[in-house]
Design a protein around this ligand. Sequence first.
Ligand code: BGC
Length: 248
Amino acid sequence: MAKAIGVDIGGTGIKAGIVDLTHGTMASDRVRVPTPEGASPQDVLTAVQTVLQKLEVADSTLPLGVAFPAIVKRGKTLSAANVSKEWLDFDAERFFRDGLQRNIIFVNDADAAGVAEARHGAARDVPGLTLMTTLGTGIGSSFLYNGVLVPNSELGHLNFREYDSVERWAATSARERENLTWVEWAGRLQEFYSHIEFLFSPDLFVVGGGVSKNADDFLPLLELRTPIVPAIHRNNSGIIGAASLAGD
Ligand code: BGC
C-alpha cells in the first residue's frame, strides 16, 4: 500500500496522520497538538516535529505534505492572515525541509482539502468547476476544474460591507465569537455563497472544516442553484490532500 504523511496546520490545531494513497483514507489515528500562540515559523516547526514523533514517523522516509493557511507559491508563503507576519514572503518549504531533515511539499490548506475531495471524496468525478470552501478560523477556498486544482484562490478575503475580508464576518470563528445560532450564521453563509455563486457559476460547492460534521444544522438552510455538500473527509481533508500531493 502506497502511503504518505499529511500535516494540516490550522489556526487552532496542528493535525497529522498517515494516509493510504490508493484509497485516500487515513491509515493511522489522527494526532493533534495545539497551534502555538503567535504561530511563528520556528514554533510551528517545533510543533510539527512533535506531531511527527507522536505519529512515530519522525525517522521514516515516507513522503510528507504540509498544508498551511496562507498563499503558497513555489514553496514560499506570501500571506499571513491568522498567523505571524514572519510568514510573509518566507521560504517555508526550504525552512521545513532543513528543519525536518527530509523532503517535503508545502501547500495551501484549502487547496490540499480540495485535492482530497476531488480525488477521493465529494467532488470525485465531478465535471466542470468544483468550489471547495473550508470554514474554520478563516475561510479557505479551492478551485478544481475537471479535478485539476487551480491553486491559491483566497475567497475568504473578498471585501464585504465594512470588512476587508468576508471571513471575519462569516467564518466559524465569527459564529463562535458572536455566539450566532445556526440560523443566524446560515444567513451570513447565504450571502457569501450567493455572491461567489454569481461570480463563478460553479457546478458544485463542497464545504469542509471542522464544522462540516454539523452540516445538517446549516447546509439545508441555504438556498442556492448549485448543489452544496459537506466534505466526505470532514476535517481530515487537509491531511489527506497534503499527503496525496506529496505522493505525486
Ligand atoms: C487564509 C487562506 C486559508 C484560509 C483557511 C485564510 O485566512 O488566507 O490561505 O486557506 O484562511 O485556513
